[in-house]
Design a protein around this ligand. Structure first.
Ligand code: SF4
Ligand code: SF4
Length: 381
């Protein structure tokens, strides 16, 4: 399995474009190209955040990929993403603008088709089909370009997790609700990744996120661009660069067990792994979670009984909450309500969120979507 690593010290087109060219050369991507190819780029645009924050895929990485495609005679290139939140023209126009994607037009088409298609999954999968956004369902060639981050629910977010953004808008919380346990949710992510089956996955780790990812963490730059055709093995590799134990990340552990991730076969091309990489800070949800240390046969019973004792719940900082309702909108269990706030500060809307513990499935979609970082994690014990 060919894995490329290119050292990129900062977000500058003159540094990123040569790194993309070297990576694509090494992976033989030019051989896949033909002039009538319909390419879809799937970035991480989880929420409206400026490109200098380690939340979304940086526009200059996307620009470099589009430039390379154009140089190889491919011009039908669409950027398609369903962010965390609504999936409609008004919502996505704002995301494109704030995340710096608008400046990539006209070389890149920003998707404005907000329909979705039902795509059959492979036989034997627990999910028989997936409802995915139309451009991805109809693409000839999918380039998955994610941001490297820690993640409150899954522990890690890279190539596999990025593909959850092909599920349209508020259908994402429904899948959380359908698969509330991490092991089932992780299996769903792997089944979705195999259904989308991107031809290429790039990890933007020039700047990356540690701590309360995927939206509330802080910067931890690795100064690297990674690329591979095999996203499962690449996620195993990238987790190692973050000094995380890949076997404690459920989706990667399952990918290994299923024979999708093959770390023994990694052939690293490009720059060497630098010395002195420091461990990424874990999200608050994961710091006390030691279930990953247990042998496989004990993990499920442990999670069932003791897991309730160590379960994490969202906790609101009322001072920060502006009552925007984004958390309630994304809560699959419908346990958040927006109510009037008494004695509110003048800058706030006069409303606040109220969380019910009963029914909460600890998916942390609410924390992910809160623009004010008003939601933290509380352990039951
Ligand atoms: S907790 Fe965050 S997302 Fe929810 S209403 Fe308050 S500010 Fe908005
Ligand atoms: S309250 Fe937050 S953590 Fe609990 S189910 Fe709703 S979105 Fe998930």
């Amino acid at each position: 399995m060919l894995q490329t690593l290119q050292y990129v010290p900062e977000y500058k087109e003159e540094l990123i474009y040569p790194a993309i060219c070297k990576s694509f050369d090494a992976l033989g991507i030019a051989e896949d190209m033909r002039p009538d190819l319909k390419v879809v780029i799937k970035p991480n645009l989880i929420m409206a955040r400026k490109p200098d924050l380690p939340v979304t895929t940086h526009p200059l990485v996307i620009r470099a990929v589009v430039r390379w495609l154009n140089a190889h005679g491919v011009y039908d290139v669409t950027l398609a993403e369903s962010s965390g939140g609504l999936y409609n023209a008004e919502y996505m126009k704002n995301i494109y603008q704030v995340c710096g994607m608008k400046q990539l037009e006209p070389e890149l088409r920003l998707n404005m088709d907000f329909s979705a298609q039902t795509v059959a999954a492979r036989e034997g999968f627990a999910n028989h089909s997936f409802h995915i956004i139309t451009p991805v369902a109809k693409a000839d060639y999918v380039i998955n370009i994610c941001k490297l981050k820690t993640h409150a629910m899954t522990g890690y977010s890279g190539g596999i997790k990025n593909l959850f953004g092909v599920i349209p808008g508020l259908e994402k919380p429904q899948l959380h609700y359908l698969w509330p346990e991490l092991s089932d949710f992780s299996r769903m992510l792997l089944e979705l990744a195999q259904t989308v089956n991107p031809q290429l996955t790039i990890i933007d780790a020039i700047d990356a996120m540690e701590g309360n990812g995927p939206t509330g963490g802080t910067s931890h730059p690795l100064y690297m661009l990674l690329a591979a055709r095999d996203l499962y093995t690449q996620d195993y590799f990238a987790a190692g660069l973050m000094k995380l134990d890949p076997m404690k990340i459920e989706m990667i552990r399952q990918a290994l067990e299923a024979g999708l991730a093959k770390p023994d076969e990694i052939e690293l091309i490009g720059d060497e792994i630098p010395e002195g990489l420091t461990p990424f800070k874990l999200p608050d949800t994961k710091r006390l979670d030691f279930s990953g240390n247990l042998p496989g046969f004990l993990r499920k019973p442990f999670l069932f009984f003791a897991g309730r004792l160590f379960k994490s719940y969202p906790q609101l900082d009322e001072e920060k909450c502006v009552g925007c309702g984004k958390c309630a909108e994304s809560c699959p269990a419908h346990v958040i309500h927006i109510v009037e706030k008494n004695g509110h500060a003048p800058r706030t809307s006069g409303k606040k969120a109220v969380f019910k513990k009963k029914g909460c499935i600890s998916c942390f979609c609410c924390q992910e979507m809160c623009p004010m970082k008003a939601i933290s994690v509380k352990k039951a014990l």
